[in-house]
Design a binder for this molecule. Sequence first.
Ligand SMILES: Cc1cc2nc3c(=O)[nH]c(=O)nc-3n(C[C@H](O)[C@H](O)[C@H](O)COP(=O)(O)OP(=O)(O)OC[C@H]3O[C@@H](n4cnc5c(N)ncnc54)[C@H](O)[C@@H]3O)c2cc1C
Length: 382
Amino acid sequence: MDLALCEEDRALRESVRRYVETTVNPVWQEIDRSGRLPESVLAGARELGLFGMAIPPDYGGLGLTVLQKALVHEMLGRGPWGLASYISVHTGIGCTGLVLFGSEAQKRHSLPRMASGEWLGCFGLTEPQSGSDASNMQTRARRHGDQWVIDGHKIFITNAPYAHHCMIFARADEGITAFLVDTDNPGFKIGQIFETLGHQGSAICELVLEDCRVPAAAVVGEVGRGFDIAKRVLAEGRTMLGARSVGSGQKALELALEYAESRATFGKPLIEHQALAFRIAQMAARTDAGRGLVYRSAWLLDRGEPAVRESSTAKLFAGEAVWQTVDDAIQLLGGYGYVRGEYMLERIWRDARVVRVYDGSSEVQQMVIAQRLRKGEIETAW
Ligand SMILES: Cc1cc2nc3c(=O)[nH]c(=O)nc-3n(C[C@H](O)[C@H](O)[C@H](O)COP(=O)(O)OP(=O)(O)OC[C@H]3O[C@@H](n4cnc5c(N)ncnc54)[C@H](O)[C@@H]3O)c2cc1C
């Protein structure tokens, strides 16, 4: 078994770490206050080719492996989740469906401009009455001659206010179908834009689809097979969210360690109080364990395995672990940990809370793992 990263993967990881630490983190407070990503931050991501990380080189992207994408997401997790989400929704659920299931014409039309960051993609699955049980969606698609007419509501759709198009899932007579809908379509309207606890810099909003007419060529993949696309796209997304959680956990650990070395109580640095040293050791062990699960899931996906159980395990564990780790780090900072807008930890705490909710909540991941166990996957592939 060889667990070493190759030179190319290390270089990629270091270039993204440098970008996050030198271009993004110095302006985290500005992003948090304004809810906007400065042009310098977006330009840095474009320069690194991050908008095209999931797009094959034939269409102008970097064509990274799943493991390489996980390394990028781990490093993005060291910074504000608004940026990580802005990039990951576009490159993950925004691009992957098109890359894997789009027609050649759809790919030629959209992917080069998505790779450069000129066009942003988003993904409209969740509805006001169906989130965890997304297959229960009510949005309808009806065929009218050579067009489809879509009517319904979507909710919490990331990036939609900035996006060029959205992959919309709607129920046709043949079953759930995926459509590529331009956001300037007269039947596509942005509804409420929500204020959120964290994630500043990427917006989530309601979508209203009213008599939204698209050509037959807007169907992605086969009519009636859209839910398979959603599931495939989300499985990879779970590994990436696990990776982002690991990056945030690592950052919280580093901040806590630095503080524990410099702050003294009862005549010695915090780190020399055994109770706190043990707490930090547990933060490190949890982060390491999450990283191992994430890399394993990415490795399996790169080998063409579905990695259903493994990606759910990675997201469940890393998402719960970062929550505990950042809470421990805030505890270590005492009163300073609770001050808003000054120490990064409270921002990580607000940002990371959502990983247990979206892209399949922790409860949904446990449902998936239990189903796989009942199907005979008692031991995971390794
Ligand atoms: C910041 C953010 C960004 C998002 N971006 C997108 C996006 O880009 N595109 C998109 O389509 N969606 C997006 N979502 C939606 C997100 O995926 C859903 O919120 C999530 O799937 C949960 O659905 P829900 O909110 O309807 O909760 P519900 O499904 O109503 O669940 C409520 C609670 O009950 C639990 N629960 C539900 N059923 C069970 C069960 N059987 N057993 C045990 N527990 C259960 C859930 O885990 C959850 O804790 C986003 C959400 C947020 C917060």
